[in-house]
Design a protein around this ligand. Structure first.
Ligand SMILES: Nc1ncnc2c1ncn2[C@@H]1O[C@H](COP(=O)(O)OP(=O)(O)O)[C@@H](O)[C@H]1O
Ligand SMILES: [Mg+2]
Length: 309
């Protein structure tokens, strides 16, 4: 099966500035793919290339096997785009925004009006049908962006930071909606700099940093790459001196001296317990820290994580 989106060795400059360098990734049909990276990493630029909004210097970008430059109309029709910024026509009503959008994709106006009505109802915007978009709240504008992207019932939905600055309630609502849409067969590519969002929604994640892909993997594997769990022991006594000469287990003693942490596995837990017992130190509490995607991310982009402390 052809990938829904394939990007191969894509390099893009803005004048002299190299925004993307040798970016390669493939999104399979039906996938929920997360594109994760800090601000300025190149997420929006990549999306702009995929949707034919930006040119590029080298590489190959295809949507269901079709070249996004040579077969722009075909590839663009397969994609619903929810852009990062609001870009509505200020002279149109909410309903017109949807109906005009459908026009770009050759949908007859009767059909367009019907779909617009359904989507406005679904996104709780029906009462704003005749208003200009400026009268909408931030959350309503965000919902309108999504409704507009769905007017031509695209096979692929690309969302560029759809929940940035969105309140929690709407964020959860959107997450549920996107999960359902994906279950029903829509391929989704979502960019975010919220790790939790990628972790919750995406089966696979591509991480981009400074224009380069630093990892593409399943969400679970990305977390696994961080290595095993970390143990945290909270102690009754100060153990700074106790562990001063120990080298068998790589551990960290907190400045208070009453908490130590170390990587679980390889007999580390019994070894630590034995040392503690030998010095008559009592353990007050034990915590297990799962590495999070945040840890993996910081590791991947070469910053030092806090090890989950
Ligand atoms: N139109 C533009 N002209 C010049 N530089 C740009 C333009 N758009 C983006 N950039 C630069 O390209 C880099 C990637 O930007 P962008 O793709 O928007 O990142 P992200 O979406 O991951 O935050 C940034 O350094 C940004 O400043
Ligand atoms: Mg962006």
């Amino acid at each position: 099966m052809l990938p829904a989106i394939s990007v191969n060795h894509l390099t893009k400059f803005y004048r002299r500035f190299k925004a993307l360098e040798d970016v390669s990734l493939a999104v399979e049909p039906g996938e929920f793919f997360g594109f994760l990276g800090p601000n300025g990493a190149g997420k929006t630029t990549t999306i702009n290339v995929v949707t034919g909004l930006a040119n590029y210097q080298s590489g190959e970008v295809r949507v269901f096997g079709h070249d996004v430059t040579r077969e722009y109309r075909l590839t663009r029709a397969a994609i619903g785009l929810v852009p990062q910024e609001f870009n509505f026509d200020p002279f149109l009503s909410v309903e017109q925004i949807l109906v005009f959008e459908a026009g770009y994709f050759g949908i007859p106006s009767r059909e367009a009006k019907m779909r617009a009505g359904e989507l406005l109802e679904f996104f709780s915007l029906a009462s704003k049908r005749t208003e200009g978009y400026k009268k909408l709240s931030g959350g309503m504008k965000r919902r309108l962006l999504i409704a507009r992207a769905l007017m031509h019932r695209p096979k692929i939905l690309i969302l560029d930071e759809p929940t940035a600055g969105v309140d929690l309630e709407l964020r959860y609502l959107l997450w549920d909606f996107l999960k359902k849409l994906n279950r029903e067969g829509t391929t989704i590519l979502l960019t975010t700099h919220y790790i939790e969002e990628a972790e919750r929604l995406c089966g696979r994640i591509g991480v981009i940093h400074q224009g380069k892909i630093v990892a593409v993997d399943s969400t679970a594997a990305l977390i696994r790459k961080m290595g095993g769990d970390r143990m945290e022991f909270y102690l009754k006594n100060d153990v700074t001196k106790v562990f001063a000469g120990v080298s068998s287990v790589p551990f960290t003693v907190e400045s208070s001296g009453r908490k130590i942490s170390f990587k679980a596995g390889e007999g580390a837990i019994p070894a630590v317990l034995k040392i503690l017992q030998g010095h008559g130190v009592e353990v007050e509490q034990i915590d297990v820290r799962r590495p999070t995607l945040e840890d993996a991310f910081l590791k991947l982009i070469g910053k030092k994580g806090d090890g989950g402390a």
